[in-house]
Design a protein around this ligand. Structure first.
Ligand SMILES: O=P(O)(O)OC[C@H]1O[C@H](O[C@H]2O[C@H](CO)[C@@H](O)[C@H](O)[C@H]2O)[C@H](O)[C@@H](O)[C@@H]1O
Length: 393
């Protein structure tokens, strides 16, 4: 592990960004071009040219199981050379070493705000594992009242959006704050501010109204897939119903199969169910989340593109005076971290209590540190505004 600190400038070299094969997806299941294969959709972002994946008899051989095992960090790891459990002191040491590369955003707060001075900050937040702790039952991933008020406060000072893997309706129901923008299904369902130039540029972007009747720009680049995802969801529900602990969710533009509560000996069966579905739908592909397999449309769209879309919608693109900050904990958040890092544009902050490979720039240990970070931003901004007012008087 490289121990050199990288916190001298907001964005440095990308530490070997994650790619599909490293996420455990066998190359034979990765999308590749073959003209004329798959339906032709009209949307600007649909790039369905994938051939059916080769038949794999055993999901063990294609890397899915390895990816499933590593998809949420174990609390303790075995030290193979000594055949003993790594002590918590060892884990803490490993975490401290990792912090040199991905410094705590709390400890680096002064540095962050000195870079943010005279810039307009835009905040992008993931939900699960970031605003709410990871729990066994996805329906019980409740955000605390103090986190809700921290997010509400932050939205008073900075444009703030939630970008979640859940459906937009579900994440709105969980967060319940009208002052935010919401993107569901990993950014495939965005309700952003009205911006006429944006809707003209993007197909599938229409004027719409939100839950409270407020007008916004609704962007759904995978609209054509709604019926297909619903069908896939129903099949998954049927095919996994005998697997104890399995849970399937329909997020409208993607479907999730949770195996957190499934005995590990049954994980191959879960993987096989998902694998069998993907064989029938070459227009869809797999991504791995935290103890969850997700089936998504094969379109060129992700949380990173959603961040770009929202920045543009907010009228903040093409400006050096903008500092986007994305806070997330999941592999799907890496797309957003990469967009900010590669464009030298802002800060990705990974929420993790264990060392992880990431394209984020800073880290926070858990949702309670996320809350502290958001509150610190609010305190700093308030003070800055008070000082400006005092100077004007
Ligand atoms: O992008 P996110 O907002 O982080 O959503 C990602 C997934 O979050 C949920 O699952 C995860 O959190 C659950 C509750 O803590 C946990 O039980 C599960 O194991 C995690 O994978 C959600 O249920 C998924 O559909 C989202 O894709």
């Amino acid at each position: 592990m490289e121990l050199k600190s990288n916190h001298a400038s907001p964005v440095l070299t990308d530490p070997s960004p994650l790619n599909k094969s490293r996420l455990g997806i066998h190359p034979s299941l990765m999308p590749f071009s073959q003209a004329g294969v798959g339906p032709s959709f009209s949307g600007k972002y649909v790039t369905v040219t994938r051939k059916k994946p080769a038949k794999l008899d055993d999901v063990r051989s294609n890397g899915w199981l390895d990816a499933m095992k590593s998809s949420s960090p174990p609390r303790k790891k075995l030290n193979k050379s000594f055949n003993s459990e790594v002590t918590s002191d060892d884990s803490e040491f490993g975490y401290c070493c990792w912090l040199l590369k991905y410094p705590s955003a709390l400890n680096s707060f002064e540095q962050i705000i000195s870079y943010a001075k005279n810039k307009k900050i835009a905040i992008f937040l993931d939900y699960d594992g970031t605003l709410s702790p990871i729990v066994d039952d996805p329906d019980r991933a409740i955000m605390s009242d103090c986190m809700r008020s921290a997010v509400k406060d932050v939205a008073k000072y900075f444009p703030t959006a939630i970008i979640s893997g859940r459906s937009r309706d579900k994440v709105y129901e969980l967060v319940g704050l009208t002052e935010l923008y919401y993107a569901g299904s990993h950014g495939m369902d965005i309700m952003g501010p009205v911006n006429h130039s944006v809707s003209a540029d993007h197909l599938n972007c229409i004027k719409s109204t939100d839950h409270l009747g407020k007008e916004g720009n609704l962007f759904q680049p995978a609209r054509e897939f709604i019926t297909m995802i619903d069908k896939v969801f129903k099949t998954l529900l049927e095919n996994t119903k005998s697997i104890k602990g399995a849970k399937v969710e329909n997020h409208k533009f993607c479907a999730s199969v949770h195996y957190r509560n499934v005995e590990e000996k049954n994980w191959p069966t879960i993987a096989q169910c998902v694998h069998d579905i993907l064989k029938d739908y070459p227009q869809l592909h797999l991504t791995h989340g935290r103890k969850v397999l997700e089936i998504r449309p094969e379109i060129d769209w992700n949380k990173g593109k959603a961040v770009d879309f929202l920045i543009e919608s907010l009228g903040l693109s093409n400006s050096d005076g903008v500092l986007p900050i994305f806070i997330g904990d999941d592999r799907t958040d890496e797309d957003a971290f990469k967009v900010l890092r590669e464009g030298n544009r802002g800060y990705g902050i990974l929420v993790s209590s264990v060392p992880k490979e990431t394209s984020a720039f800073y880290s926070l240990r858990d949702p309670s540190e996320v809350k502290e970070f958001l509150s610190s931003l609010v305190r700093w901004k308030k003070l800055e505004e008070e000082e400006e007012e005092a100077e004007d008087e």
